[in-house]
Design a protein around this ligand. Structure first.
Ligand SMILES: NC(=O)c1ccc[n+]([C@@H]2O[C@H](COP(=O)([O-])OP(=O)(O)OC[C@H]3O[C@@H](n4cnc5c(N)ncnc54)[C@H](O)[C@@H]3O)[C@@H](O)[C@H]2O)c1
Length: 417
């Protein structure tokens, strides 16, 4: 019998700009064989300004002479297309495509569309798919990269706030399928992510607030100083597309991105442990996104989930009234709604078993226990009556706020009489 115990194959595939090493060990003992494989991938995250200015070599250096397929969101193509095309002009064999997809059409056929373009331009196995756009574009492109030729590298240049602090730096990518949000996907880290806050200058205010929800999420569960920064500068940054104050914009985005990566690094491929702080705001939100027909944006749904989870924590005596107030006030001043009028608690409860299934047998609901701290609740801690009471509190608050706004407006219109 051929004895192959401890045969080691170490191709150590080198790829400029990002080192990939792989090794496999074959264990053969009689009639039982096992192949142990290890694949190390590096994910580099860099922050720059004006990434596609002719004299900014960062993205070109990441390419390191390889050909590439650049995939752009339609708005990015409209606003930045000529600049991006000119930037790559000196680089050999860079091909482009515009991905006309939204959340409602973020589906498997979009992934196939990208792989077909990659095949048509003859993208090589070591050449990356470079996504320049929002989370829809980076998710579809990342999944396409994972599938094309069984895996080619991919880069993300996120151009939305959700992308900068979450979708563009994460390891996962997914598309929706049927009525299930992010139902089909892979764990496939990008080789490079380039963060450029300058893109936010053209992002509509609603999209900025949408992204702030993801930053608030991180701040509440793990980063009190970030929460203080948001408290102080959040509104000013929202008002000017993150242009001023420059240092606060850089600090908030970098801190949020670093905090996200640090959480991912604890269990990047979600093996064994399904308790993830970054799932705060992501338990009830997929239901809201899908049930609203995607009229509620991802971050907006996350904000509603944050509000409900915080209200639940308060009802269970885990979060003080003062901290609950700070969290809800921050969401409201950002312009994020606390409840979706179409929400049915019964329908929400009906989705919980599928979340339990996705999280390997328990709910692992992340709830805040202060500003910067959290804990996980199991399915047994939550019941429909508790959910209904917490929702009712949020609805009462929203109605009260609406009445106060009308009263303030009426008072102002009557000259304060
Ligand atoms: N993979 C992950 O880890 C992860 C994490 C969070 C979110 N996501 C996914 O990300 C998606 C949401 O991403 P999103 O909020 O970026 O939405 P999006 O990709 O739909 O972008 C929002 C809109 O902004 C436009 N746009 C993009 N950049 C712009 C710019 N600089 N100026 C003007 N307009 C611009 C887009 O064309 C689009 O119309 C969801 O599908 C969500 O599931 C994935």
């Amino acid at each position: 019998m051929w004895n192959s115990r401890d045969i080691e194959v170490t191709p150590g595939a080198r790829c400029s700009g990002g080192q990939i090493s792989a090794s496999s060990t074959l264990e053969d003992s009689g009639r039982l064989m096992g192949l142990q494989s290890r694949l190390d991938r590096a994910h580099h995250v860099a922050m720059t300004r004006n990434a596609f200015a002719p004299d900014n070599a960062l993205v070109r250096n990441c390419l390191a002479g390889r050909d590439a397929l650049v995939v752009m969101s339609p708005s990015v193509h409209r606003l930045y297309g000529p600049r991006i095309r000119a930037y790559f002009e000196e680089v050999t064999d860079v091909h482009f495509m515009v991905l006309h997809r939204t959340e409602a059409s973020k589906s498997l056929d979009a992934v196939v569309e990208v792989t077909e373009r990659a095949a048509a331009v003859g993208l090589r196995r070591t050449s990356p798919i470079v996504a320049i756009g929002g989370g829809v574009c980076t998710d579809i492109s990342g999944l396409a990269a994972a599938l094309h030729r069984r895996g080619v590298p991919h880069f993300n240049v996120p151009t939305t706030l959700v992308g900068l602090v979450d979708a563009g730096i994460g390891t996962k990518n997914a598309v929706n399928h049927g009525r299930r949000k992010s139902a089909l996907g892979t764990f496939y880290p990008p080789e490079h992510t380039v963060l450029d806050i300058d893109f936010l200058a053209t992002l509509p205010r609603r999209q900025l607030a949408n992204g702030l929800a993801e930053i608030i999420k991180l701040a509440v569960v793990k980063d009190r100083p970030l929460f203080e920064l948001l408290d102080r500068y959040g509104m000013r940054l929202l008002d000017c597309g993150f242009r001023r104050p420059v240092r606060a914009a850089d600090e908030i985005v970098w801190r949020a991105a670093a905090g996200m990566l640090a959480e991912l690094a604890r269990n990047q491929f979600e093996i064994g442990d399904f308790r993830r702080k970054v799932d705060f705001g992501h338990t009830f939100s997929p239901y809201i996104e899908v049930a609203s027909g995607h009229s509620v944006l991802h971050g907006e749904a996350v904000a509603m989930d944050i509000a409900l989870s915080a209200q639940l924590a308060h009802a269970l005596g885990l979060l003080t009234e003062a901290d609950l107030e700070r969290i809800l006030t921050m969401l409201e001043t950002t312009g994020l709604a606390l409840v979706w009028p179409g929400l049915s608690v019964d329908a929400l409860c009906a989705t919980l078993p599928s979340i339990v299934e996705h999280r390997n047998g328990d709910l692992h609901l992340v709830v805040p226990t202060g500003i910067g701290t959290c804990e996980f609740l199991g399915a047994a801690d939550i019941n429909p009556a508790l959910l209904r009471a917490s929702m009712a509190e949020l609805v009462r608050r929203t109605c009260r706020d609406d009445i106060q706004t009308v009263q303030r407006r009426t008072l102002a219109a009557s000259g304060g009489q």
